[in-house]
Write a protein that binds this ligand. Structure first.
Ligand SMILES: *[C@@H]1O[C@H](CO)[C@@H](O)[C@H](O)[C@H]1NC(C)=O
Ligand SMILES: *[C@@H]1O[C@H](CO)[C@@H](O)[C@H](O)[C@H]1NC(C)=O
Ligand SMILES: *[C@@H]1O[C@H](CO)[C@@H](O)[C@H](O)[C@H]1NC(C)=O
Ligand SMILES: *[C@@H]1O[C@H](CO)[C@@H](O)[C@H](O)[C@H]1NC(C)=O
Ligand SMILES: *[C@@H]1O[C@H](CO)[C@@H](O)[C@H](O)[C@H]1NC(C)=O
Ligand SMILES: *[C@@H]1O[C@H](CO)[C@@H](O)[C@H](O)[C@H]1NC(C)=O
Ligand SMILES: [Zn+2]
Length: 458
């Protein structure tokens, strides 16, 4: 009977000394984190469709009016920004496609997901950082999650099969079930989960189509299923959930009388080009042959009012894109609604992304719920580089050097160690809540610690 008494005394001492109580609290109840990305979910896709589950999430958590993705607004580059906190020129995943301007090798998106050297280019993503600090992580289909970084792999990972059907709702649910098991049975602390919709449907049918609206309903049902599963798995009070995406989607003006077609530009010749990366939506890169840079630049720079061509060193710095060795000496992008056609017109999508990230059609979503987040809070727009610092804070890990600021999203979190306290962020806080003694969470913690210690000895 003596030991429990001593332990109780220690716990009670902790009660009276908040500085001591805090680390105990952190050790005994580190929250888990699930980052979910629904590819190509434009910021306002919930405005012309009934989305009861996303709406409930906003009421019970945090919602950004919209989130600004990195430029270029492509899947792999933007997803890697989320898990590194770096602008694209600082992490080096500058395109969905692996390419090598010397060997001329170009690999499609899906193949590139498995090219370790494309991803492991000097930046360490959050999975590896978390593992180095003692956590266990998983990646389910998330771009960049299925390769090694500085020799280290994510604890558990799944890669999409080659002919993966992106929109199979039954498979989505099975994947969610697996992720729940990763948390409850495998003891993972962080999982990133990726869905290839509504991007695929947005490309194929266009962002204003009925098909896209139906896919957004499917996404919403999936959010409902996910949150039910979190509750049923007993994770509700210990798992923070972030739902976000990589970029938006815009309608392609396929029948425009002024298509951007490089093969029709007078005095432009592919004979002057050593390497090209074109026919990928509104983005293009060119490596002119030796001595041809000036000529190619001169013929292209004012060739089309919808086309913006730059020498690498003059590319607008605000994009944080061109300052990387992988970016070619000439690069270009087109206006909303226009894609860049190269040697022949081979692009037939009704929806595209890749455009200027300042355009509203490229903005995307950010939603979060869980024990660490405030309730019913809508925040002003922010850039996606800041999500990484938030995630490191949620996991209690030290971040790598990055381009984000913790201060941007810190206001979305409840007060420190206040996880068990009622929300203070509702529009009308319960009267008197501001007067609650700040020691109250420590009291709860201290009693819990005492109870746990006593239970262990008993
Ligand atoms: C690119 O190709 C060249 C020539 O084949 C080769 O020497 C180089 O290692 C390749 N670089 C990468 C990153 O694959
Ligand atoms: C990044 O990849 C490029 C080739 O694409 C290579 O030249 C460069 O050394 C790599 N940097 C790091 C830090 O891995
Ligand atoms: C990639 O995913 C497969 C399963 O889809 C897994 O067996 C493999 O270990 C993963 N590799 C890495 C480096 O994560
Ligand atoms: C574009 O043209 C195709 C056939 O040339 C037609 O089927 C389609 O309806 C047109 N789209 C628009 C938006 O006008
Ligand atoms: C194309 O090149 C020729 C010969 O250099 C020149 O006379 C002509 O003005 C150029 N056309 C355009 C549209 O630049
Ligand atoms: C470009 O990147 C290099 C590192 O690769 C850095 O030293 C330099 O400051 C950057 N320049 C600009 C203008 O950001
Ligand atoms: Zn995408």
């Amino acid at each position: 009977m003596r030991r429990p008494a001593v332990l109780l005394a220690i716990a009670l001492a902790a009660l009276l000394a908040p500085a001591v109580a805090a680390p105990v609290h952190q050790l005994s109840s580190r929250n888990k984190l699930l980052l979910v990305s629904f590819d190509g979910f434009r910021w306002n896709y919930d405005q012309d469709v009934d989305t009861p589950n996303l709406d409930a999430m906003a009421l019970e958590g945090v919602k950004a009016r919209y989130m600004t993705p990195a430029f270029i607004t492509l899947t792999s580059p933007c997803h890697f920004t989320l898990v590194t906190g770096k602008y694209i020129e600082n992490h080096g995943v500058v395109h969905n496609m692996f390419y090598n301007t010397s060997s001329k090798l170009k690999l499609p998106y899906h193949t590139t997901l498995g090219v370790q050297g494309w991803w492991d280019n000097g930046s360490v993503p959050i999975w590896v950082t978390a593992q180095r600090q003692g956590l266990k992580t998983g990646s389910f289909f998330y771009p960049g999650g299925n390769v090694t970084y500085q020799g280290e792999a994510v604890t558990l990972s799944r890669k999409e099969g080659f002919l993966h059907n992106y929109k199979d709702e039954a498979e989505w649910r099975a994947n969610i079930d697996t992720v729940m098991e990763w948390f409850t049975q495998e003891g993972l602390d962080l999982v990133t989960l990726y869905f290839g919709e509504p991007d695929s449907t947005g490309h194929r049918y266009g962002p204003e189509s009925q098909e896209r609206k139906e896919m957004v309903m499917q996404v919403d049902r999936t959010v409902g299923y996910l949150r039910d599963r979190i509750r049923l798995s007993g994770l509700e009070s210990s798992l923070n959930l972030i739902i976000t995406s990589d970029h938006g989607m815009s309608t392609v003006n396929k029948n425009a009388s002024d298509l951007v077609e490089l093969h029709k530009v007078s005095n432009f010749s592919f004979k002057d080009i050593e390497f090209e990366l074109l026919d990928y939506g509104p983005n293009g890169m060119l490596l002119p042959k030796e001595g041809m840079l000036e000529k190619v630049y001169e013929v292209l720079k004012d060739a089309h009012p919808r086309l913006h061509v730059y020498k690498k060193e003059n590319f607008p710095k605000s994009f944080h894109y061109a300052n990387h060795s992988r970016v070619t000496p000439l690069l270009m992008y087109s206006d909303l609604g226009y894609v860049i056609h190269g040697r022949v017109n081979v692009q037939f999508n009704n929806g595209e992304h890749g455009f200027d990230n300042k355009l509203m059609d490229m903005k995307t979503i950010f939603r979060a719920t869980g024990p660490s987040f405030k309730r019913g809070l809508e925040v002003e727009p922010f850039e996606s580089v800041h999500v990484y610092e938030l995630m490191c804070r949620l996991l209690g890990i030290v971040p790598e050097a990055n381009d984000g600021l913790l201060s941007t999203l810190l206001p979305t979190l409840r007060e420190e160690a206040g996880d068990a306290a009622p929300s203070t962020s509702l529009a009308t806080p319960p009267s008197g809540s501001a007067l609650l003694p700040s020691g109250r969470p420590h009291l709860v913690t201290g009693l819990l610690v005492a109870a746990i210690l006593l239970a262990k000895v008993a």
